[in-house]
Write a protein that binds this ligand. Sequence first.
Ligand code: SF4
Length: 341
Amino acid sequence: MSTHPLLFSLGPQNPTTRDIAKAVKEGGTAALTGAERRADEARYQDVSCRSALNRVEGMPFNWTLNPYRGCTHGCHYCFARRYHVQFEMDADDEFASVILVKRNLVEVLARELDRPSWTRELVALGTATDPYQPIEGHYRLTRRSIEALTRGRTPIGLVTKGPMVVRDRDVLQELSRAAGCTVYMSVPSVDEDAWRTLEPGTAHPLQRLRAVRELADAGINAGVLMAPIVPGFSSSRSKLERTVKAIADHGARFVGCNVMYLQDGTRTHFMKFIEREFPSMRPRFEKLYTKKYPPDAYRKEVQGMVRVLQQRYGLTKREEAAGTGARTESASEPEQVGFAW
Ligand code: SF4
């Protein structure tokens, strides 16, 4: 049906992400004639990566690893939406429906870990898109990467919303013993309305918490990130308290939190979503998000509330769990924090 040439079928090599960007720029995503449509209706395009470990700056870690680009979980607040425009795709539907799969990732990673210059610094997995989105059940790139990292005695921190992570508890246990491993399960809220509205493709929050319990019971350092907390959807005192209590009840070893930030394509997508689904909320978001983050005072209120609840339910702060030595700020009583959103 497509009039575009079969761009990537001429050789044994998969296209690079640069090839993908060029093809999409010229012919839209219809030009990705090698992309395979699967039962979930998303299209999966194999790509070749030149490097597996990406050096980053200004983060608490220096290296990241991401087997997939784009994410069928499709969270409306996802900060990674804006990265999809690097491939000339949009931060709306295409972010959640055209997924790039780095098919040679594990082989490239193994070579990089074998280099004498590799100093076994911590590698962060899942910083761009979810390493346990459903298609991982098919490709197993995340599992095979963790196996390679274990052989390379390299510690990891892994962020996900995918309960599929329990499938890999055996390799995560092995890596915990060999070098160190922390799993951060993202559960911004246990509120079902917030979940259905904001995270349409993800597993139920309690399913994610059950995965945390299974990992912690297996001796893996597993906790929860309440991130992002979205003003007006998951930020009320009662929703925060229900969430922190559920996290504690499921044996999480730590909890951290952050308030949503909006930037570039993510901001554009989120505001369109609000305009379409909740038009009466748009003025409040515009007022709160004149910059990337809401005002400091607002963030401190939310974070202070979560901190108090952490103490109330006996949960450790993420920084303490990670051993960074970050200073613990004093907490106020949640009842004294009176924000409406
Ligand atoms: S699961 Fe994570 S990476 Fe995937 S859409 Fe949601 S926030 Fe983005």
